[in-house]
Design a protein around this ligand. Structure first.
Ligand code: SF4
Length: 274
């Protein structure tokens, strides 16, 4: 199936509303060092278009009774999208069928589709992990720099498209010094922040060794995933929460067991009902 019910490996700490996952691509060429799709997608950092995409999408659309999250194991605006335009065509299908969509991306290419997004029930969640373009290149080598992502948020906001920001992942020793600055930089263009500390699997832990001293932390293993100790996670999230309060943004944490009062964690509450 192309469209499936979102289930983050049955994580008891997931607070996501019932939603559906869909991606036009298999794999993602952004190749983020902390990404764990390499643990279950072969040749994961080489995005390729799904077979028979549009026929299957139209056939499966009827299962969606809440909203589609696009995407969770790939970026809908992976570099190949610039040439292929598959995500843009999918958005047209969603618009024609009045399907609600939460676009999750770390590419400014999403601003190209502001014309369609502004005419449908949609919201954009932009991932921003640093404001430093060279630091971003270390963490997310083939994703557009954060300066362009912030500019994309500005354009989306200008088109009346509700936006949230994923400050995810926070990696101590890499980007934890930027928490307050990131929230301040996006506050004019977003109304919600969802944040999460880094949760590597064995494969992404290995890649992270090149940018951070992973042995400095007593990781806790839950299933296949490693978590930072609770006191470190909570102190980082508290800083995000306080910065959000200062800028009057709603706040949520993702798979952290950290309490929050926002209507949704992923920013889907920003999608208009009508
Ligand atoms: S953008 Fe997301 S799916 Fe793509 S490599 Fe980075 S973390 Fe993985």
């Amino acid at each position: 199936m192309l469209i499936s019910r979102f289930d983050p490996w049955g994580s008891t700490w997931c607070t996501c509303p019932v939603k559906y996952s869909f991606s036009p691509y298999t794999g993602c060429s952004h190749a983020c060092v902390y990404c764990y799709i390499t643990s279950y997608i072969p040749d994961a950092f080489h995005a390729r278009l799904k077979k028979d995409l549009f026929r299957r999408l139209k056939k499966e659309l009827h299962v969606v009774d809440t909203y589609i999250s696009m995407a969770n194991s790939s970026d809908p605006y992976t570099p190949e999208e610039r040439k292929l335009g598959a995500t843009r065509k999918c958005l047209r299908v969603f618009k024609e069928n009045d399907v609600k969509v939460l676009v999750v991306t770390k590419s400014d290419l999403v601003a190209r589709d502001a014309d369609i997004l502004s005419e449908m029930r949609a919201s954009v969640s932009m991932t921003i992990t640093t404001l430093d373009d060279s630091r971003a290149h270390q963490m997310e080598p083939h994703a557009p720099p954060p300066s362009r992502r912030v500019e994309a948020l500005r354009i989306l906001q200008e088109h009346g498209i509700p936006c949230s920001v994923r400050l995810d992942p926070i990696i101590p020793g890499i980007n934890d010094d930027e928490i307050e600055a990131i929230v301040a930089a996006v506050a004019p263009y977003a109304s919600h922040i969802v944040s999460s500390t880094v949760k590597p699997r064995s494969d992404s832990m290995k890649r992270m060794e090149h940018i951070v001293d992973v042995k400095a932390y007593p990781w806790k293993r839950y299933g296949n995933t490693f978590y930072l100790p609770r006191n470190i996670r909570f102190s980082l999230l508290k800083r995000v929460e306080e910065a959000c309060r200062e800028h009057r943004l709603s706040f949520a944490a993702c798979r952290e067991n950290y309490p929050f009062t926002s209507p949704s964690c992923d920013g889907s509450h920003l999608i208009k009902d009508q």
